[in-house]
Structures are given as C-alpha cells and as structure tokens.
Design a protein around this ligand. Structure first.
Ligand SMILES: Cc1cc2nc3c(=O)[nH]c(=O)nc-3n(C[C@H](O)[C@H](O)[C@H](O)COP(=O)(O)OP(=O)(O)OC[C@H]3O[C@@H](n4cnc5c(N)ncnc54)[C@H](O)[C@@H]3O)c2cc1C
Length: 418
C-alpha cells in the first residue's frame, strides 16, 4: 500500500466530521471512515452553546446551521408546579458574539457531512466502513475496516483519530479492562412534537426535579406555517437501566404518569408528550475518565474519549472543542505523534472535570436546590428560597469548567483547548 499523508478519522458523527473540516481549513489532508452505509438524520435535539457555535461559525457553517436549528434566547427554570424560578439569557442575548443553537442532531450531522464532501471531496467521507482494528507501524497507522457485505479494506494514514462515539471500538482496544458503565439512577425519554411555539418560541425550559420527574423542552426547527418542532426530554429515577442505545424506541408510555397534571398557561405538557411521533429511551450513564487517550499514532476524541451524562449541553460541545485543540496541536508539532500527546495533555484533564461536574452540578442542579429547600412544595416568592445571584453563580461555575464563559471564549482562541 502506498504511504498516505492523511489523518484517518474513525467515525463520521458530530466530532469526526467537524474534525475533518477543521483539518481541511488547516491544510491537513484527512479521510473519514464511517460505519453506517447511509447517513440518516438520527437522534433528536441537542444544544450547541457559544463555545461550540464559535467553532462552527469560524468554519463558515452559519448558513448550514440556520435551517436545522433555532437560535436559543434563554434558559428558563421552573418547578413542577409551573412556577418561574430563573431566566438565564443565552448566546447573543447574553453578550456572546456567537449564538446558542438548539439543533436537530441528525440534521446537523447531514449538514456537516455535506460540507465535508464539498470541501474535502466526495471520496473523503467513506461510508459502510466499520473500523474493526488497526496496526501501528511506528511511522504510520493502518486502519482495518469491514463493510456490510463482509469485504475488508485497509486504509493507511499518518495517525488515526477515533471519533467512534460511546461504543468506541478503539477505546475498547486501548482499554480492554475498563470498568462497567456508571448508571446515574436516572433514565430519559426523548421525543419531538410539532406544535405551536411556547413562551417566546426560542426558550430552553428545564422544569421540576429528577426524583419526581424533570423535563427539558426546546424548539429545534421553525416551520413556515408558524409551528415548531419541539424537542422534549423527560427524566425520571429508575432503578434498572436499559441498553445504551440512542435509537432505542420506547412504546409502553410508563414515563407519562408523573407529568399528567403539568398543564399551565404557558404549556400543556401531557398534550405535548402524547402528540410525539416517536419516543426514545436512553439511560443516563457515563464512564470514569480514562488514564490516557493516546497510544502511538492513535488517539480518542469526543464521546469515545469522554462519554458524559447528557445533562449540560456539552456532549457535542466538548467533542467540537477537542477538534479545535487537536488541529492546533497538529499545526504546532512537527511530529504528529507528539501532537496527539500534546492534544491529550490539554484536553483530558479538562473534559474529566466536565464528566465529574455533570454527575453532581450541571446547570439543572439549581432546580435540585429549589426542590430540596421547598420540600417539593409551591413557593410564595422564589427570593425566599434562593437568590438570583446564587443561581447565577451556579450557572457561571458550570460555564467556567466547560470553557463556555465569555472571557474564556474571547481570550486567545488557540490556547483555549490545546
Ligand atoms: C444515532 C445517534 C443518535 C444520537 N442522538 C442523540 C440525541 O438525541 N441527543 C443527544 O444528546 N445526543 C445524541 N447522540 C450523541 C451525540 O451525537 C454525541 O454525544 C455528540 O455529538 C458527540 O459526538 P461524537 O462525534 O463523539 O459521537 P457521535 O456523534 O455519536 O458519532 C460517532 C460516529 O461514529 C460511528 N462509528 C461507531 N463505531 C464505528 C466504527 N467502528 N467504525 C466507524 N465508525 C463508527 C457512528 O456510526 C457515528 O456516526 C446520538 C448519537 C448517535 C450516533
């Protein structure tokens, strides 16, 4: 096989495709190997905070994002009685130069894939190429794939970056004895409902608390007739977890019960939940941070490197920050293997902190405070329960750890993650 100067990217999800675009912009050749034979718009809503949108804007993807997202105006918090707790302005409303997007995950993936084909060439995104193993030759890496008909192909590259998500094959090769998944004790049911906008038509609402039922609700697509596709996530304490499968459909409706009387003047929750076309079930699990990501010419990125409990809108965001840091390291180091080590040194400790914080104090933790301080009862005045300043501090602490403060983002971008 002829030597190749390409960076091989394993997995064409949000992280892998964004990495391909970052590398292309840096003048570094790349090829993406994706397992599925056809890319379909799988998944429902995710949020891209300004730290992630900044990267996508700098890649010139504003126009691609607009039709598959809604620009989020604010994050609002309510208790389960529909009482207003707090509003936290989002994105440009909070003074960031970049928006917060509530976006359809699958449509975002398709938009990124199109940009990769347009900029790197159609052959740079190889579908139906499931990576099964690799061989490290010391100065280059061969990645071995198999397609759905059973044909095997080997690709040669300078280094290989595993962006193969929560079930990462490469992570299992690097860490064969890793411990079991860590289940948080909570499971989420996710769906989308096409309906009239709620509140200002651009708010992300978090309501209630996990012990008695919590909801996260936000619009992800505007339709010309004035309706929106509303993404909702219902989270409940459940002793047993189901499989970690993003596409697992839930059919029994057991999650509906705690939300039966959640009908307020600003939203009729039971009507919204029942009108959803599909409901997916996903356990809120994560894995302990790894001792290392890099071995020779191979490293991990995104969910493959740091799967986290999906509670702070940082799954896609941290993957996108990884792509920036890795690209910067490849530009700064003449030896690509040294670049992988440099990237890991910058990103592993930071993402480990996010994994840990998502377990105990993600943004919705302020609803836990309200739940505990009120004994899960309605309040007369929220100021008697918790001050706006205390809530602001909790949210700002989360932004600090995740690298999403205005100060961190407007500081020297190249030092932000590398
Ligand atoms: C089908 C699907 C639906 C999702 N839905 C949601 C959702 O509704 N809400 C949410 O918050 N997050 C969802 N996620 C996760 C979310 O996309 C990630 O947390 C985040 O974007 C980080 O991206 P990533 O690139 O690390 O992983 P992902 O976006 O998960 O991408 C991983 C990619 O690697 C590919 N892959 C896996 N194994 C191999 C292999 N051996 N060889 C080659 N390619 C491989 C996968 O097919 C996938 O395209 C979903 C992920 C997937 C794959």
């Amino acid at each position: 096989m002829a030597p190749s100067n390409e960076v091989l990217i394993i997995g064409g999800g949000i992280g892998g495709l964004t990495l391909a675009l970052q590398l292309e912009r840096a003048g570094i050749p790349a090829r993406v190997l994706e397992a599925v034979p056809d890319l379909k718009p799988l998944g429902v809503g995710i949020n891209l905070l300004p730290h992630a949108s900044k990267e996508l804007w700098e890649l010139g993807l504003q126009d691609a994002l607009a039709p598959v997202s809604v620009e989020t105006s604010q994050s609002v918090f309510y208790n389960r009685f529909g009482q207003f707790v707090h509003a936290d302005p989002a994105g440009r409303n909070a003074g960031f130069p970049w928006p917060q997007y509530s976006v359809h995950r699958g449509e975002l993936q398709l938009a990124l894939a199109q940009a990769v084909r347009d900029r790197l060439g159609a052959g740079s995104l190889v579908l139906d190429a499931k990576v099964v193993s690799y061989t490290d030759h010391g100065d280059r890496v061969s990645v071995h794939t198999i397609d759905s008909a059973g044909h095997e192909t080997t690709y040669d590259g300078v280094v290989a970056i595993a962006c193969d998500g929560v079930h990462s094959t490469i992570r299992k090769i690097l860490h064969p004895d890793e411990g079991a998944l860590r289940y948080s004790g909570y499971t989420m049911w996710r769906g989308t409902t096409r309906m009239k906008p709620f509140l200002d038509g651009a708010s992300m609402a978090r309501v209630g608390w996990l012990e008695t039922g919590k909801l996260v609700i936000y619009p992800i697509i505007d339709y010309p007739d004035g309706t929106q596709l509303i993404n909702w996530v219902a989270e409940l304490a459940v002793p047993q977890r189901t499989d970690r499968d993003w596409s697992q459909v839930s059919s029994d409706g057991e999650f509906l019960e705690p939300f039966q009387d959640w009908a307020w003047d600003w939203l009729d929750v039971p009507a919204m939940l029942k009108a959803s076309s599909h409901v997916f079930e996903y356990p809120m699990v994560d894995q302990d941070p790894l001792p290392f990501w890099t071995k020779g010419g191979v490293t991990l990125l995104g969910d493959a490197a740091h799967p986290m409990v999906p509670r702070g809108s940082n799954g896609a965001g941290q993957a996108i920050l990884d792509t920036r840091a890795l690209t910067a390291a490849l530009l700064e180091e003449s030896d690509p293997r040294a670049a992988l080590v440099r990237y890991e040194r910058g990103r592993l400790p930071r993402t480990a902190e996010v994994v840990e914080l998502n377990r105990v104090n993600p943004p919705d933790a302020l609803l836990r405070e309200v739940f505990e301080r009120t004994g899960d009862r309605p309040f007369d005045d929220i100021a008697d329960v918790i001050t706006a300043e205390e809530m602001h501090r909790m949210l700002e602490n989360y932004r600090t750890v995740t690298g999403a403060t205005l100060g961190a983002l407007t500081a020297d971008a190249s030092s932000a993650g590398a």
